[in-house]
Design a protein around this ligand. Structure first.
Ligand code: F6R
Length: 260
């Protein structure tokens, strides 16, 4: 795992954006996997800035989002479709027909999940998957103790995640209990993962993910088995790491072509 620790949210967001840029520039067509939530917002701002300044184009990109709530329409401000349109897609030159999110409003959810997996396959697989992490170690909405071999499917949010996400809703009871999420196996098939995390409330999950045993109790710990993971942390999210100084040493000694 490549661990990059930054002392401000802004510099972390910029590193994340440079990783995305490098992947887009090194492919004729790029398939990006994207996340929602608070964490990637600053990186999306930076990507929008790069797009506006002509530094980066999304014309040759296809995107697949990790997840969507069940039962919210695309027009609902709390849906992840709406989030992506307001925070990224609506501001960059991406062709909207190449934008995919799981359909949480499908009449046949099981069929919609199978179709999503097939669409990712047909696009040639994901070149770079952007991830956040839950305070409980979830990636996508694969909650603790879920299977490492899971595929895109309907999952039930844990009570902690419902509570964490309730800030986007008027009342906690309004948070949908069900989501459609890419599975762990789907995420693990992406060619490169970029995981971002900020703040002390992620520190325990980050320690378990990077330095703990690989266990479904911390779903993100499976990333230890992924061949190419870049993790961008702020100091607070990194503060429980035993080998923090080593990660900084490694970064300082990278060869030019290894840096973002
Ligand atoms: C969102 C997703 C989730 C979030 C995680 C962290 O698409 O898949 O795993 O990345 O819940 O959320 P924030 O960034 O709001 O702390």
């Amino acid at each position: 795992m490549e661990i990059l620790i930054r002392d401000s949210l802004e510099s972390g967001a910029k590193v994340g954006a440079r990783v995305v840029k490098k992947i887009i520039k090194s492919n004729n067509r790029t398939v990006l996997g994207l996340a929602t939530g608070d964490t990637p917002l600053r990186m999306y701002h930076e990507l929008i800035r790069m797009n506006e300044s002509g530094e980066l184009s999304f014309k040759n990109c296809t995107t697949f989002n990790l997840d969507e709530y069940v039962g919210l329409s695309r027009e609902d401000e709390r849906s992840y479709f709406y989030y992506m349109m307001s925070n990224l897609f609506g501001h960059v030159d991406i062709d909207k027909k190449n934008v995919y999110l799981p359909d949480g409003n499908a009449e046949d959810l099981r069929e919609a999940c199978r179709k999503y997996e097939q669409q990712i396959k047909d696009a040639g697989g994901i070149d770079l998957q952007v991830l956040g992490i839950g305070g409980n170690g979830h990636i996508g909405f694969n909650e603790p103790t879920g299977s490492f071999t899971s595929r895109t499917w309907v999952k039930i949010l844990s009570e902690q995640t419902i509570q964490d996400n309730s800030m986007y809703f008027d009342k906690q009871e309004e948070v949908p209990r069900h989501v459609v999420t890419m599975g762990i196996a789907t995420i693990m098939e992406s060619r490169h993962c970029l995981l971002l995390a900020n703040g002390a409330k992620k520190a325990d999950a980050i320690r378990k993910m990077i330095e703990g045993p690989i266990s479904a109790s911390c779903p993100a710990s499976i990333l230890q088995m992924h061949p190419r993971v870049t993790i961008v942390l702020d100091e607070e999210a990194a503060y429980l790491l035993t080998f923090k100084d080593h990660y900084k040493w490694v970064e300082k000694n990278k060869l030019d072509w290894q840096q973002f």
